[in-house]
Design a protein around this ligand. Sequence first.
Ligand code: GLV
Length: 322
Amino acid sequence: MKKIFITRKIPEIGINMLKEKDYEVDICPVEKVPSQSKLMGHLKEKPYDAIISLLTDKIDASIFRAAPNAKIVANYATGYNNIDLKDAKKRGIVVTNTPGVSSLAVAEHTMALMLALTTRLIEGDKFVVAGKFKGWAPDNFIGTDLSGKTVGIVGVGNIGGRVAYMAHHGFGSKIIYTDVVQNTKIESDCGAQRFSDLNELLKVADIVSLHVPLLESTHHLINESHLKLMKPTAFLINTSRGPVVDEAALVRALESKTIAGAGLDVFEFEPKLAKGLRKLPNVVLTPHIASARESARRDMAVLVAQDIIDFFEGREPKNKVV
Ligand code: GLV
């Protein structure tokens, strides 16, 4: 009987798929992110054949050593920067992820962050809730139109492509993008223009939205000098991974009004925030919830379970990363 260890509770549908195969499923008995040593301790309790991990788990050599029987790690996330792929590959461990199924949710959340900034929605909400609204005024919280603005998308995969579509067709935004590969679909669907140089995109975009995976090459992709290239009226949106942005540099850029604002769902040292970020009026911050939809989370649970089942039944898992 295959033994599966899940590092936190995921939707029942995935757990049931594994149980229907008569696999033994154990869920790490924790309320919050388990420490590395806690995970290792639990993994040593039984000879687990597979691990379902979350983006908050650092899956590296110490975890692989604690679970020497585990031949597959199914990451319950699109991103897999939390897994040491090189080490997994060296040990012949298969790693899978959950691409595609949360892209609609993340794209909608990206649009929500954009609109929250352009409409000054959160500032207005705080003002009303604080009892400060004393009547309509012509100059109360003047915002910006999204319509007609230039949205610069950095990385046009599943999520970036959807953001392009929503911004263009929903709000009449002009779309420009950078990516290592050309995306002819968003060029024909949205009239998107590709920029080969990120710096050039940053100079002209009114909103810059980040949708790249976290890799060595994308760590601090947006740093102090990049922020200086942006327009003082521009907004930066990040729903990808926190370390893609140098967060301390971003705080300085926001404090000095080098850029107008930022909408962040992810943070460089999550769940910690860079000093000063929380106090800024020109930010909208959400707690890494862009994919937090029942449908997305359910589909993610199905993907991790199906990939494990396929692996044990001798088929190639559909979402194999290595
Ligand atoms: C969420 O951040 C994910 O990678 O699925």
